[in-house]
Design a protein around this ligand. Structure first.
Ligand SMILES: [Zn+2]
Length: 335
């Protein structure tokens, strides 16, 4: 009898929880339509994945570099880090995104928010290229990025000089972004694989300070899985981020994958209180991204893995992080 009562209580408890579970609608703030070889599963696969995952809106960009299958490499690489061959700046990536979007009916088209990415961020002429692209497809582009600056081994593998977020070419681009009211999604690792200090912090902080009218989305909050492979968790990330958010109202943070673990969730998958508190203190500044590249099967899994963290936030804040904040960072009136 007692056992039956207990089972009943457990069941009703579960049902009650299920009824209260929040049904998030998502915006994906970080998605690549193609991979490092400029290949894609295609638009119908992407839309199907979005529908299944509850993703109503998505940022969409290409990949600004193409990984070479070098003459000397016996096997076709599967990822940029797969062998020693370099990657080179590849502008056609934006035309693939534009062409894919132009084929869509208006209903689907408005779910996508395309960002321009195919330029060389160490070339001071890059800004002119961007202006030409904006003219070529009037009204299409809503942001700039993902810009690859400090990006694990890709930095060393990319042909030419190392891009910095605070170089002259990027400075010109930030001015243009402010003029056109476009956000910039910036990948700029906070440190190298082995340095246990914010070695490259100045590279992101300088533009934040010098371009108060440019909205910056910092990809993965400057972290990366590759950094964690060498130094598990950066103990300075939370304090640096806390200071930057207070000092620079133009900073927005993409929480995608390498932030979820090991920062937002602990080893047991429990949300960390100090990160919850930070998001609650700045409820408009955080967004989610899948960072999928050209294949979309894991889109739902990526975004839904934030569930435990979102559930631990007040509902209004959770919905902003899941969907609203990304939409709010876009140009106020897409031209
Ligand atoms: Zn990315």
């Amino acid at each position: 009898m007692i056992a039956r009562v207990l089972v009943c209580m457990l069941l009703s408890g579960c049902l009650c929880q299920a009824a209260q579970a929040r049904d998030y609608r998502y915006s994906d703030a970080h998605l690549h339509y193609v991979d490092f070889f400029q290949e894609t599963e295609g638009m119908s696969a992407l839309i199907e994945a979005m529908d299944q995952a509850g993703v109503e809106h998505s940022m969409i960009s290409g990949i600004p570099v193409a990984k070479k299958w070098h003459e000397d490499e016996p096997k076709r690489p599967r990822y940029y880090a797969g062998d020693d061959a370099d990657a080179y700046w590849y502008s056609a990536t934006d035309t693939y995104v534009a062409a894919a979007l132009e084929k869509l009916p208006a209903e689907q088209r408005k779910r996508f928010h395309p960002f321009l990415t195919g330029f060389n961020p160490v070339d001071k002429n890059a800004v002119s290229h961007i202006e030409r692209m904006l003219e070529l497809n009037p009204g299409l582009w809503q942001g700039i990025g993902e810009v690859f600056t400090r990006h694990d081994d890709l930095t060393a593998l990319t042909s030419g000089d190392t891009p910095r977020a605070n170089n002259e070419a990027m400075t010109r681009i930030y001015h243009l972004a402010a003029e056109r009211d476009m956000p910039v999604l910036l990948h700029s690792n906070i440190t190298s694989k082995r340095e246990r200090n914010p070695l490259y912090l100045a590279e992101i902080e300088e533009p934040l300070r010098n371009h108060p009218h440019t909205r910056f989305i910092w990809a993965h909050a400057g972290s990366s899985a590759e950094i964690h492979r060498h130094q598990t968790r950066m103990d300075f990330l939370l304090s640096v981020l806390t200071r930057l958010l207070a000092d620079y109202p133009n900073l927005y943070v993409d929480l995608s994958w390498s932030v979820l673990e090991p920062y937002l969730l602990d080893e047991q998958g429990v949300p960390r209180k100090e990160w919850l508190a930070l998001v609650e203190r700045y409820p408009d500044r955080f967004m989610l991204g899948s960072d999928v590249v050209g294949r979309f099967g894991s889109l739902g899994e990526q975004l839904h893995s934030f569930g435990p963290f979102l559930d631990a936030l007040p509902e209004e804040v959770a919905n902003k992080v899941a969907q609203g904040n990304f939409l709010a960072v876009l140009p106020r009136q897409p031209k």
